[in-house]
Write a protein that binds this ligand. Structure first.
Ligand SMILES: Nc1ncnc2c1ncn2[C@@H]1O[C@H](COP(=O)(O)OP(=O)(O)OP(=O)(O)O)[C@@H](O)[C@H]1O
Ligand SMILES: [Mg+2]
Length: 510
């Protein structure tokens, strides 16, 4: 165990009765990385425990140990005070432990109901899957979390927020005693987040023990009863949430004070670099037009489903618009594919970075340099050295934490994978970068690094489009804000008009 003096605040001595599930002195090592050293954690019935820590601190590793995906190298798992082992995910599920993982594996070709019940579908006569019962139960669970999703639809037809709701429904389809949520609100909109909080309340009322992982302090303070802080795979502190402030938690996480102040920017927008006129799509958006200048950060705010990402994907050539034109530096360009966009100096960092962003079984440096290889001139060893230099420059600026640049991206923590994708596109030195939720899943210290880097690149003339659902980020970083609702631009705000109230009012249409 940690020495008492190593803890910034003394543990408060939890008095919530016996733990349902606990970890005692758990250690887990990966090649070159000690992901967890001697950590302990206790989950109590009817209580929410928030697990907080920087990207790479070991949070998801704990989740995977508690759900039988990874085996610990040392230490014990205790259920109701008795030693337990989860040699496989099924064993954890049978013991009543279920999780909504940070990256959930779902199957695009299966229906929503099949995804929810894969591996434990209700069965009727002759042991055959009872499809009717399965669809009815799926509908019941989806209704329970306020998700308006048809259980018969194929998963691939859903957007990412709805896919995430299916993942939540899947976790809830197991009648569990312990529910683990690894950044469950990262992919959800405001309304769905509220529904998730209600769900957490109802799970608490049913006496379930909840482990809740999040980088958002407002929600931690809203729903957690207890907290546990990890830093670099070690337990730093735990206790009752009522005994700490946000600043205390941040200090425990990061080991220093971090201010949430956005970088000071003197915005000096230059010449128009991107002009979009009359962009439309048969179902997703209509009549989108704006001008973006060099050195400018243009925020796009809206509720999930407002069509922001759909428009950006179309601008980047992933989907075809039905009408509209684009000018770069005053010259009309035709963008029919992402390659056309990159050629014209426009890059897009998608929201769903796991899937659209990185090649998981290549090392970090190759992921970062891949789209910039044309710019690297050397040969052989010199070339490799240049690649490393480029990758190092961008990943350091984004506060990426990894054992080395040779580490495969698939072995990085969720937040660090996201930084690789941002680095990769920034390294192409584009004229225009579109960042879709740039700090989603990024810890508070790294968030400041990402913001500072964005501000610096804008000061050097990069034009930035930032899609964000976080109001402080939109207001703190943008020179101007475009608000979208139901596929249309409903407001363009600048200067004193940029307030939380106006954003929400326009986004919700009130
Ligand atoms: N399968 C693996 N192979 C090698 N290293 C791994 C593997 N899984 C995790 N790691 C490493 O273990 C450490 C902890 O990662 P983990 O995913 O638990 O972090 P996290 O706290 O969940 O971070 P985030 O907030 O970014 O999601 C990181 O250094 C990560 O690179
Ligand atoms: Mg994680």
């Amino acid at each position: 165990m940690l020495k008492q003096t190593d803890r910034p605040v003394p543990p408060s001595g939890l008095t919530d009765g016996p733990a349902v599930l606990a970890l005692d002195g758990i250690t887990k090592t990966f090649p070159g990385v000690k992901a967890l050293s001697d950590v302990s954690l206790a989950l109590y019935p009817g209580k929410v425990t928030a697990l907080v820590g920087e990207n790479g601190a070991g949070k998801s590793t704990v989740v995977k140990i508690l759900t039988g995906i990874y085996q610990p190298d040392g230490g014990a798992i205790l259920m109701d005070g008795q030693r337990a082992a989860f040699p496989a995910p099924q064993a954890a599920a049978r013991s009543g432990v279920t999780a909504i993982h940070q990256e959930t594996v779902l199957f695009d070709e299966l229906s929503v109901a099949e995804n929810i019940f894969l591996g434990h579908a209700p069965r009727g006569a002759f042991g055959l899957i009872d499809r009717k019962a399965m669809v009815a139960q799926a509908r019941g669970i989806l209704d329970g979390i306020g998700a308006q999703i048809d259980p018969d639809h194929k998963l691939k037809d859903l957007g990412i927020a709805n896919k995430h709701l299916v993942a939540i429904a899947r976790a809830l389809s197991i009648d569990a005693r312990v529910v683990i949520m690894d950044e469950p609100t990262a992919a959800l909109s405001h309304k769905e987040i509220e529904e998730l909080y209600e769900l957490v309340e109802s799970l608490k009322a049913q006496g379930k023990a909840i482990l809740f992982i999040s980088h958002k302090f407002d929600e931690i303070f809203r729903i957690a009863d207890n907290y546990t802080v990890f830093r670099d795979g070690q337990l730093i502190g735990d206790g009752s949430i009522g005994d700490v402030t946000e600043a205390d938690l941040v200090k425990m996480m990061v080991g220093r004070d971090v201010s949430q102040i956005f970088p000071k920017r003197t915005s000096r927008p230059g010449a128009p670099v991107l002009t979009v006129t009359g962009y439309a799509h048969p179902t997703e958006f209509e009549d989108i037009g704006f001008t973006l200048r060099t050195g400018e950060i243009l925020g796009f705010y809206g509720l999930v489903g407002a069509g922001r990402s759909e428009f950006m994907q179309s601008l980047f050539g992933i989907t075809r618009p039905s009408a509209g034109s684009v000018e770069i530096d005053g010259v009309a360009v035709h963008i029919a594919s992402p390659a056309d966009a990159v050629e014209n100096g426009i890059v897009y960092v998608p929201e769903d970075r796991g899937r659209q962003g990185a090649i998981l079984d290549l090392p970090i440096f190759q992921n970062v340099t891949l789209p910039s290889l044309g710019r690297i001139s050397g040969r052989g060893f010199m070339r490799l050295a240049e690649e490393f230099k480029l990758a190092r420059e961008y990943t350091e600026r984004l506060d990426l934490r990894a054992a080395s640049l040779d580490t495969h991206v698939g072995n990085l923590s969720g937040g660090n994978q996201q930084k690789v994708v941002i680095a990769k596109w920034l390294a192409t030195q584009p004229k225009v970068i579109i960042l879709d939720e740039p700090t989603k899943g990024v810890d508070i210290g790294s968030k400041a690094a990402v913001h500072a880097f964005m501000a610096e690149l804008a000061a050097q003339g990069l034009a930035v489009v930032m899609v964000s659902s976080e109001i402080p980020e939109v207001l703190g970083m943008s020179d101007r804000v475009i608000v979208m609702r139901e596929g249309r631009i409903v407001a363009e705000l600048a200067g004193p008009e940029m307030t939380p109230e106006t954003l929400v009012r326009h986004a919700a249409g009130i």
